[in-house]
Design a protein around this ligand. Structure first.
Ligand SMILES: [Ca+2]
Length: 185
């Protein structure tokens, strides 16, 4: 598994806990993999236990960056992001979307706020079917079901579809070329 890494952006330091840019690592993983983490230096999920631990001592700013196949760059930030421990199924919360630090005014995470984590083998969301199974088999804080799919299927070309690594906020669910999720530390 990968422990993620730290990077500087505009004078701030972020711990990158999710990164995808080639598709060489499959993200259709089970609960245990999402808890402990998986991947290599370029493609990884650092694990819910690690993400929980980083937000357990202090609320963090979440930053999500995305690149599109036509050269677009997007960034989104969220204030006071936390992930609970295993007894909550790693429930996710945040206080507000930070428009000032985001490239566009679109909060894809509000739909997911307060949700437990779910994977294809652990359904903790309210849809009468598995959101994970229906949308690419990745793990996420699925609601019923999504506005963003960071751990969805990686496509090497621009294709439409919510099963891909895609968001409603970016071209209305078109496969993205790269994505990072990180916490300010
Ligand atoms: Ca369900």
């Amino acid at each position: 598994m990968s422990p993620g890494y730290r990077q500087r952006i505009g004078g701030r330091t972020f711990w990158v806990f999710q990164q995808r840019q080639t598709g060489q690592i499959a993200f259709n993983r089970n609960w245990d993999d999402y808890v402990s983490g998986f991947g290599n230096a370029t493609e990884f999920w650092a694990g819910l236990e690690n993400i929980h631990n980083v937000t357990a001592t202090s609320q963090r700013n979440l930053r999500v960056e995305a690149l599109t196949f036509d050269g677009g760059f997007y960034a989104f930030e969220f204030l006071d992001f936390t992930v609970g421990d295993s007894s909550t199924n790693y429930r996710m919360n945040y206080s507000s979307f930070m428009r000032v630090n985001s490239t566009i005014n679109c909060d894809f995470l509000s739909h997911h706020r307060g949700q437990q984590f779910s994977t294809f083998d652990r359904d903790n969301e309210a849809a009468p079917y598995s959101c994970s199974t229906n949308y690419g088999s990745g793990g996420f804080w699925w609601s019923s079901c999504l506005r963003i799919n960071p751990n969805g299927v990686y496509s090497t070309t621009l294709k439409p579809g919510a099963s891909y690594m895609a968001s409603r906020c970016i071209g209305s669910y078109k496969a993205l070329r790269a994505m990072q999720m990180m916490l300010q530390v």
